[in-house]
Design a protein around this ligand. Structure first.
Ligand code: AP5
Length: 217
């Protein structure tokens, strides 16, 4: 089972992706996580990636496509995968079609999280992440047990470099201009399923699962 999770920044893609891959036993492919990992290494490539992310801009298509192509070739993708944050542009969607066709594969469902811009700014301004284990928190909806400390590894949690209001608004603009047209792209194919992402995490998850082809298992 191969899935795409699409939605604006802060819609809850990472939160829902974690639950979906756990339930269905498929690989989680988050381009954002992969880029942040490379950026944390401090390499020249990492510094370049960080400059795009901190500015709220997209990483160039050729770089992203190469990274995803290599990731999809890994053994854990044989049992299926969830793409979180890819594709984000028309060229990325077309490149994905070619990659999958070459392996006689297809996307079974595209899950789209819908949420207002105002709620996104609120959510992302209060998100905190753990630089050590990747844990994600929200000062409003999912605070850590001890103020400022990761529940999972006790490291100090921080704000992501792109989670300030100015960069959040830039990311939203990029989403509306370059990524949201993909909703029509996948609607035409009859595989787009939209869910109201503004509700509680477990309610959103339940609705997403109803659209996953093997949800009955
Ligand atoms: P990426 O990491 O993919 O960022 P994003 O799309 O902006 O999404 P986020 O990670 O910010 O949010 P999310 O939707 O995962 O929400 P989350 O679950 O964390 O990409 C980062 C950057 O990398 C891009 O800007 C770009 O530069 C680059 N990049 C990545 N992919 C690329 C590509 N394909 N092409 C080019 N460039 C690319 O939730 C957010 C917060 O809300 C959390 O605090 C969470 O606890 C809370 N929350 C979640 N769900 C709920 C709920 N139901 N109710 C209340 N609170 C909730």
């Amino acid at each position: 089972m191969n899935l795409i999770l699409i939605g604006p920044p802060g819609a809850g893609k990472g939160t829902q992706a974690k639950n979906i891959v756990e339930k269905y036993g498929i690989a989680h492919i988050s381009t954002g996580d992969m880029f942040r990992e490379t950026a944390a290494s401090g390499s020249e490539v990492g510094k370049k990636l960080q400059s795009f992310m901190s500015a709220g801009k997209l990483v160039p298509d050729d770089v992203v496509i190469e990274v995803v192509k290599n990731r999809l070739a890994k053994a854990d993708c044989v049992k299926g995968f969830l793409l979180d944050g890819f594709p984000r542009t028309d060229p990325q969607a077309q490149a994905l079609d070619l990659m999958l066709a070459a392996g006689k594969q297809k996307i079974d469902a595209v899950l789209c999280l819908k949420i207002d811009d105002s709620e996104i700014v609120r959510r992302l301004s209060s998100r905190r992440v753990c630089p050590s284990c990747g844990g994600s928190f929200n000062l409003v909806s999912q605070p850590p047990k001890v103020d400022g400390i990761c529940d999972f590894c006790a490291a100090k949690i921080v704000q992501r470099a792109d989670d300030n209001e100015q960069t959040i608004r830039q990311r939203l603009q990029v989403y509306h201009q370059q990524t949201s047209p993909l909703i029509a792209y996948y609607t035409k194919r009859g595989i787009l399923n939209s869910v109201d992402g503004s509700r509680a995490v477990n309610e959103v998850f339940k609705d997403l699962c109803a659209f996953i082809p093997t949800a009955g298992h």
